[in-house]
Design a protein around this ligand. Structure first.
Ligand code: ADP
Ligand code: MG
Length: 367
């Protein structure tokens, strides 16, 4: 009976999702970090019952009469998380999407925002979305066994740095073979050739995998933080399920993406390799925006190929997929301009309506 209720709840959720389109945007404001960060920006959350709005007090402006004032900038998203929110609460909002991946959907969850806004804290810290999602999937897989569903879960963890794809599960010095993106157009699935894929048979394996990725990332970079702010990391979970009683099959993917810092990088001071790197970061983030915009317009040509990130996520953006973007912002006055820029980008994404996702779940032999 419980299982039946659960199934009904999920059907309802998918209906709701269809109505609202397949792209969600949620904003998260991180708390100030200790006493040093005391230059709070003016922010208010007018309706904390639904918590979908944030109003920013803009930069000081001086009128011709010399009067100093601030303009209010209201923004509305699917949800706004205040600085007091914990990762547990955030996960509560995404657990249905994680469930969708088990139901055969391709799901993409992004963290977008300037460096230091809380992307990694949200995504890959010890209590972030990656470990929470994998644990929830294990629990659900165990429950689904009673309904004759058998699942396998495989994971890989890659980084896009300077428009190159690197394997985060292989120590850098042994990373000799180039990773290549392969698309299977018929099955609408992506594989990465030469990438280490780990069969995630227990929660321990996930923890080992995450700490390995962390180690490789640190070893790879002389200035680890700097590098992580300039690269996108993508945790990819492939979920393949089969119902032993009915023959139903489904294949879903969950992509958890920690994007490079969105701050505008200055071209003028950079030279050579650094200049190229800077251009590549700006390019791949704007490409992501372009792809979402083209999907929203229902354009016949979606420019996936313009960046490694969108190329890799081709089948998880638009079409048979559900997308959630967290726009992460800092609470500080010093970051106000970047915060405004981030919230404007997120508003564009929020205003985009991308059509209905379809599950891959089907009866074996049917279509
Ligand atoms: P990003 O990945 O966007 O550059 P981080 O996730 O590394 O930013 O966050 C920057 C700092 O702020 C880290 O020290 C992190 O632990 C802290 N932090 C971020 N978000 C929160 C939060 N919601 N609660 C407490 N500390 C946070
Ligand atoms: Mg980070």
């Amino acid at each position: 009976k419980l299982i039946k209720e659960e199934t009904e709840r999920r059907v309802l959720f998918n209906k709701y999702q269809e109505l609202k389109g397949n792209i969600r945007v949620m904003c998260r404001v991180r708390p100030p970090l200790g006493a040093l960060e005391d230059d709070r920006a003016g922010m208010s959350f007018p309706d904390d019952k639904t918590s979908a709005e944030i109003v920013l007090a803009g930069p000081e402006e001086r009128s011709s009469l010399g009067v100093v004032s601030r303009k209010n900038y209201p923004f509305e998203f699917d949800r706004v998380f205040m600085p007091t929110s914990q990762n547990e609460e955030i996960f509560g909002e995404i657990s249905q999407l994680v469930q969708s991946a088990l139901d055969g959907y391709n799901v993409c969850i992004f963290c977008y925002g300037q460096t230091g806004s809380g992307k990694t804290h949200t995504m890959s810290s010890d209590d972030g979305m990656i470990p929470r999602a994998t644990h929830m999937i294990y629990d659900t897989i165990t429950k689904l066994k009673e309904k004759s569903w058998e699942y396998t879960m495989e994971g890989c963890f890659v980084e896009v740095y300077n428009e190159e794809l690197n394997d985060l599960l292989v120590p850098n010095e042994r990373n000799s073979k180039k990773l290549e993106i392969r698309h299977d157009e018929a099955r609408k699935q992506t594989t990465i050739a030469n990438c280490r894929t780990v069969r995630l048979s227990s929660p321990d394996v996930v923890e080992t995998m995450l700490s390995e990725a962390q180690k490789n990332r640190t070893v790879a970079a002389t200035k680890a933080n700097e590098r992580s702010s300039r690269s996108h990391s993508i945790f990819i979970l492939k979920l393949v399920g089969k119902n032993l009683a009915t023959g139903e099959q489904c294949e879903g993917t969950l992509n958890l993406v920690d994007l490079a810092g969105s701050e505008r990088l200055k071209h003028s001071q950079a030279e050579g390799d650094r200049m190229k790197e800077t251009q590549n970061i700006n390019k791949s983030l704007s490409c992501l925006g372009d792809v979402i915009e083209a999907l929203g317009r229902g354009s016949g040509h979606i420019p996936y190929r313009n960046s490694k990130l969108t190329h890799l996520l081709q089948y998880s953006l638009g079409g048979n997929s559900k997308t959630l973007m967290f726009v992460m912002v800092s609470p500080l006055e010093a970051h106000l301009k970047e915060t405004l820029t981030s919230l404007r980008f997120a508003t564009k994404v929020h205003n985009t309506h991308i059509g209905t996702a379809k599950s891959t779940k089907k009866i074996k032999g049917g279509d």
